[in-house]
Design a protein around this ligand. Structure first.
Ligand code: NDP
Length: 248
C-alpha cells in the first residue's frame, strides 16, 4: 500500500520535481526525500534563507543540484507563474512532478466572526494561487511522459469541522481542483492526486494545536512513503484520488 511504499535509492532518478513550501515542515522533508531518491528538486517558497538551508542540505547529501524559486503566493500574479514555468522549461526542459504543498492556516475562529479580508487572504494563498500555479505548470508537465501533480488536502478538506472555516473550505476546493484536472487530462499521462498528511509535527500544526505535545505526532519523515509513491512510476495510472498519508 502507498503508506508502506519503500522507495529505492534511485526511485526518482532523472525526474525534475517542483516542491512549494519547500523551506519548512512537510515540504522541506519532501524536497530532501525526493532529492535523496535521485530527483532534481526545484525549491519554491517565500523565505529565501530557509530555501538556502534546504539547498545546502541537499548538496551535502550528494544529490542532484537543486534550484531555488523565491515566490510569495500571497502577492504573486499570473505573469509570475507563467515566468516561473518558462524558467523551469528553459533550465530543465520539462517537469515530471509538482508537489503543491505550501498553504496558509489563517485564524481559527467561530464562523460568524471570520473577517472578510482574512477570508480573502486564505483563498488567495490556498486556492487562487494553486489554480494559477497548476494552470501555468500543466502545459509543461504534459511534455513529460508521465507527470504527477500532487495537491495537499487535509481531513477538514473532506469533512467540515467547527472553527476551521476558511481553511476547511479552501481544502475542499483543492480536492475539487485536483479532480477536475484528473478528469480533464485522463489518458494524457498527466495524473493529479491529493494527499492528506494527517496530524504532522510542524509549525502549522503547533499553531493550530498549541496545547498539544508535538512528540505525540508523526514527523514529516514518517509520512514520506505516500509522497514518494505518488511521485514515482509506481503510481502511474493512479489519478483523481485522495490519499491519507497516515491511513492504517
Ligand atoms: P508549515 O507551516 O510547517 O510549512 C508551510 C510551508 O509553506 C512553509 O515553508 C511556508 O513558508 C510555506 N508558505 C506558506 N505560505 C506561503 C506563501 N504565501 N508563499 C510561499 N510559501 C508559503 O506547514 P506544514 O508543513 O504543516 O503544511 C504543509 C501542507 O500540509 C499544507 O498544505 C497544510 O495545509 C497541510 N497539512 C498539514 C497538516 C499538519 O498536521 N502539519 C495536516 C493537514 C494538512 P515559510 O517557511 O516562509 O513560512
Amino acid at each position: 500500500s502507498p503508506q508502506h511504499f519503500q522507495a529505492a535509492s534511485d526511485e526518482l532518478e532523472n525526474k525534475v520535481i517542483l516542491v512549494t513550501g519547500a523551506g519548512d515542515g512537510i515540504g522541506r522533508q519532501a524536497a530532501l526525500s525526493f532529492a535523496q531518491c535521485g530527483a532534481t528538486v526545484i525549491l519554491l517558497g517565500r523565505t529565501v534563507k530557509k530555501l538556502e538551508a534546504v539547498y545546502d542540505e541537499i548538496e551535502a547529501l550528494g544529490a542532484p543540484q537543486p534550484a531555488i524559486i523565491p515566490l510569495d503566493l500571497k502577492g504573486a500574479t499570473q505573469q509570475n507563474y507563467l515566468d516561473m514555468a518558462a524558467t523551469i522549461e528553459n533550465q530543465f526542459g520539462r517537469l515530471d512532478g509538482a508537489l503543491l504543498n505550501a498553504a496558509h492556516l489563517g485564524v481559527l475562529s467561530q464562523y460568524v466572526q471570520i473577517e472578510e479580508d482574512l477570508w480573502d487572504q486564505l483563498m488567495q494563498v490556498n486556492v487562487k494561487s494553486q489554480f494559477l500555479l497548476s494552470q501555468a505548470l500543466v502545459p509543461l508537465m504534459l511534455k513529460s511522459d508521465n507527470a504527477s501533480l500532487v495537491f495537499t488536502s487535509s481531513s477538514v478538506g473532506k469533512k467540515g469541522r467547527a472553527y476551521w472555516g476558511g481553511y476547511s473550505v479552501s481544502k475542499f476546493a483543492i480536492e475539487g481542483m485536483s479532480q477536475v484536472i484528473a478528469d480533464e487530462f485522463d489518458k494524457t499521462g498527466l495524473r493529479s492526486n491529493c494527499i492528506n498528511p494527517g496530524a504532522t509535527r510542524t509549525l502549522m500544526r503547533a499553531t493550530a494545536y498549541p496545547g498539544e505535545d508535538p512528540k505525540t505526532l508523526k514527523t514529516p519523515l514518517d509520512i514520506m512513503p505516500n509522497y514518494l509513491y505518488l511521485m514515482s512510476d509506481a503510481s502511474i495510472g493512479v489519478t483523481g484520488t485522495s490519499l491519507d498519508a497516515q491511513a492504517k
